[in-house]
Write a protein that binds this ligand. Structure first.
Ligand SMILES: *Cc1c(COP(=O)(O)O)cnc(C)c1O
Length: 403
């Protein structure tokens, strides 16, 4: 097959672009959010307080967990999950390299070692067989990441964990609203970490939540989230509490504020509607791309409900005369915002050098790192935004197909 040299600036002359720029993401915020934040400002209580407690209660209910601990990020939720599970120096935690840095960094911050297991190339989720093969006597936990909002093969992961006595901590940054075998993500594993970062499916600007059914783990996470103090400030100064506390261990400053929680409560109330809308947009993309040989859709698991946080396509680079990065640049030039999830962690210098990993050590994650492209997917998009995004990509792909 003859391949012309890769164009660094693809020739997009004559191709139709979107009339107005379609950003990759836009948070869905309305007057209710504005009002909720203004109310907090006027209430005189800004930090963790009644609104945070209310958000925790509603969130726990929403995902079917006994406890929800509101934090300032998903990264904090992952870190506290690991610490409350007793993980530290000398321990190993198995996770996917095909994730955001936070997943591995949280492990490293406990003093433990992240051990990567390659992904399944059809779903981009951790491959349970690879995870099982990575277990050693030092392994203490597994962190499955529900990539893009598609639940991992949890039956297999829970089975591995059971067999070896491991904790399962879900990185559910993408997976609010996802379900597996009739169970909501957030109620399946020992602990689950959610993100409310600005680009996630619901947002508090910055924020996260740790959910668990274990009373002891929830209590310790709560204490660790606020300096290791035995009672939080709101309780200390409210009627039921008293201005007395004890520091029981050196904790962190990981708590959520009532300003964030006020946003979270309103956003959570919109979650089901936003989830439905994202599913509709994903459906439009599926329809547009299902017959295009130059792209591959991710495999969906019949046992699960997808959160549709991301819409990720895999480019069949063999049949294209340009790289994913060139294609992404051309999409931007044609007024459609795109993104890349992810460049596998094992390709980043820090992990590569520290753990002496070669790109080929995780061939599926390597391949996905070069061929995955994420398209805009959020509730405020119109159907025609989705059709336009798809047709801009379609016309680029046709122009740069190998003859
Ligand atoms: C966004 C993200 C995180 C981190 O979330 P923060 O709330 O920003 O800490 C962790 N894991 C994955 C997979 C993410 O996409």
């Amino acid at each position: 097959m003859s391949r012309s040299p890769e164009p660094s600036e693809p020739d997009i002359a004559g191709l139709a672009s979107a009339d107005e720029y379609i950003p990759f993401h836009r948070p869905f915020l309305g007057e209710e959010e504005e009002q909720a934040v203004v109310e907090v400002l006027r209430s005189g209580w800004l930090t963790r307080g009644p609104r945070t407690a209310c958000f925790e209660e509603r969130f726990a209910d929403h995902v079917g967990a006994k406890h929800a601990v509101a934090l300032n990020s998903c990264t904090a939720a992952l870190h506290l999950s690991l610490l409350t599970a007793g993980i530290g120096p000398g321990d190993e935690v198995i996770t996917t390299p095909y994730t955001f840095a936070a997943t591995a960094n949280a492990i490293i911050h406990t003093g433990a070692t992240p051990v990567f297991a390659d992904i399944d190339g059809s779903s981009l989720n951790i491959d349970p067989e690879k995870a099982a093969a990575a277990v050693t006597t030092r392994t203490k936990a597994v962190i499955p990441v529900h990539f893009g909002g598609a639940p991992c093969d949890m039956n297999s992961i829970l089975e591995i964990a059971e067999r070896h006595g491991l904790y399962v901590i879900d990185d559910a940054a993408h997976a609010l609203g996802a379900e597996y075998s009739g169970l909501k993500v957030g109620s399946i594993s020992d602990m689950t970490a959610f993100s409310f970062y600005a680009t996630k499916s619901i947002t508090t600007g910055e924020g996260g939540m740790l959910t668990t059914d274990h009373d002891g783990l929830a209590e310790r996470a709560r204490v660790l989230s606020l300096h290791g103090m035995s009672a939080d400030a709101w309780k200390r100064y409210s009627d039921e509490g008293h201005a007395y506390y004890e520091v029981v261990e050196p904790g962190f400053k990981y708590n959520m504020s009532d300003l964030q929680a006020a946003l979270g409560i309103v956003q959570l109330g919109r979650d089901r509607k936003m989830h439905e809308r994202r599913a509709e947009i994903a459906c439009i993309y599926d329809r547009e791309f299902s017959k295009m040989p130059q792209v591959r859709l991710l495999k969906k698991d019949r046992r699960s409900v997808h959160a549709n946080h991301l819409y990720v396509l895999l480019l069949n680079l063999e049949s294209l005369r340009l790289s994913r990065d060139d294609l992404a640049r051309a999409m931007e030039n044609l007024n459609v915002g795109v993104s890349v999830h992810f460049r596998s962690l094992h390709l980043h210098p820090f992990y590569r050098e520290l753990y002496a990993i070669k790109p080929e050590d995780f061939p599926q994650a390597l391949k996905a790192s070069e061929s995955a492209l994420s398209l805009p997917l959020y509730p405020s998009m119109s159907d025609s935004d989705a059709v336009t995004s798809a047709s801009v990509l379609g016309s680029l792909i046709r122009r740069f197909s190998c003859k």
